[in-house]
Every structure is written in C-alpha cells, then in structure tokens.
Design a protein around this ligand. Sequence first.
Ligand code: DGL
Length: 274
Amino acid sequence: MSTAGPIGVFDSGFGGLTVLKEIERLLPEYDYLYLGDNARSPYGSRSFETVYGYALEAVAWLFDRGCHLAILACNTASAKALRSIQQKDLARMAPEKRVLGVIRPVTETVGAMSGSGHIGIFGTTGTVDSRSYMIEIERYFPQVQVTQEACPIWVPLVETGEAVSEGADFFIRQHIDRLFNADPLIDTVVLGCTHYPLLETKIMQYLPSGVRLVSQGAIVARSLQDYLERHPEMEKRCSHDGTRRFFTSEKAPVFDRLAGFFHGTDVSSCEMHW
Ligand code: DGL
C-alpha cells in the first residue's frame, strides 16, 4: 500500500484559503497541502480550455507531492475542469486517486434550504457561463428555479483591499439589485465564489430582509468529512499529523501578504514553478 499523504487543496490563488479554513476547523487532524496558482490568476474570465489545462497541471503537481485526494477549492476550476479530470484524466494519471470540487456539495443541499423554491447564485463569469450550479441544482431539485448573476468585479474588490471600503457598496448593491430584479421571489442566495465570503457583511447589508445567504466553506467541509467516512480506504491514505503547507506559483512574499486575510491566520508559503 502507498504511503499516506496530505489532502491537496487547490485554487487559482488566495480564494481557496476561505474553504481550507473551514475544512481545517472541522477536520484539524489531517495534513493539508495548499497550492495557489497566483501567477496565473484570476481564472474567473478565462476560457474553458485554459482553466482545464491549469487545473489539470495543479492536480498532477499535488499527486506528485504525495496527495491521494485533491480538492479543487475554486468554483471556476470546479465548473470548468472537474468533470473532465474525473471522467477522462484520472484513469490515465492515477486511477486510485480522487479529485473533488466545491460546487456539488452546495447543490446537493441548497434546494432544501429554500422555502420559495427560488435560488440565486453569485459567481465569476466563468462559473456563471458554465451553468454548473444550474445544471447540478436541477439534478437534485428539479422543481427549484435558479437565477445567476456574474459579479466579475467582486474578486478584484477583495484582492485590492476594497472589500470594506465605501466604493465597494456600489458594486455589491448593483449585482444584488440585478439578481432580485431578475427574480424577486429568491429567498436563498449562494456565494458561488471563494472570495465572496469576505464581502459577506456588505452583501448582508443590501440583501432583501429574510433572504438566506449560503457560504460554501462549511458545506464543503462537512461534505469532505462525509466522503472520508464513506471511503475508509481513502481516509487511511490521508495522513494525520495536523500539518499545513502552502505553495504558490507567485513570489512567496506576495502570497503571504494577503493570504492571512483569506485564511484567518498568518501564512508562510513556498514558491513552486510549473
Ligand atoms: N477562486 C475563484 C472562484 O472561486 C475566484 C478567483 C478567480 O477568478 O480566479 O471562482
């Protein structure tokens, strides 16, 4: 049997740290290896082919470093690359390894949270164009109506430190208004991008009262816990020393400067090169 290894967590850059933070909170005993492709981010407006190619390289890199299980903690990569990697590439690369995403855990559960049966999704242009949330929610909750709104400016708002500035209010309100103009019956809204939890306070301020806001980090963490319980053979292949290692394709100081804001604790990363 192969040596146990860390759980790999991949994102285009910083955003996956908001997911990792929730995973660590629920499952602190495992080792985690985080990879942020900051040198090539953002992924949100890139083509299917580009995101797929980048995500595939990242998965291969995590596997090479001993991970048996990798999580695409990026909505855009989960939307554009996960299915192809699972259905096409894994069999050739490493048939006994697994890759999970962050969209499925949300879509499996969100339909049951809505009383009106009308759900809104905020995401990057890539995630919205892929229609992944709509397709997946339809599969689990065919009676639910899903409306999407792409918010391309929300990621740069977070990355430029403007998340809590007054300027952010205009763009947050603009996208909320567009979503609710498209469907005023929405009572549940999904933050379908790893950066958006950092805008949560302001989003809450402008959401119509009574609307429920769903952040994916905690849902993804519970889904991973459930996956490991249902797959004891994989659970045994995940090492349990409680370590965390962070890698970035950018310069480490550039990553470390902002990473703590996403992860909630200071981060010290190493550089990797494709
Ligand atoms: N991590 C990406 C996502 O969740 C947002 C950042 C990007 O566009 O690369 O979709």
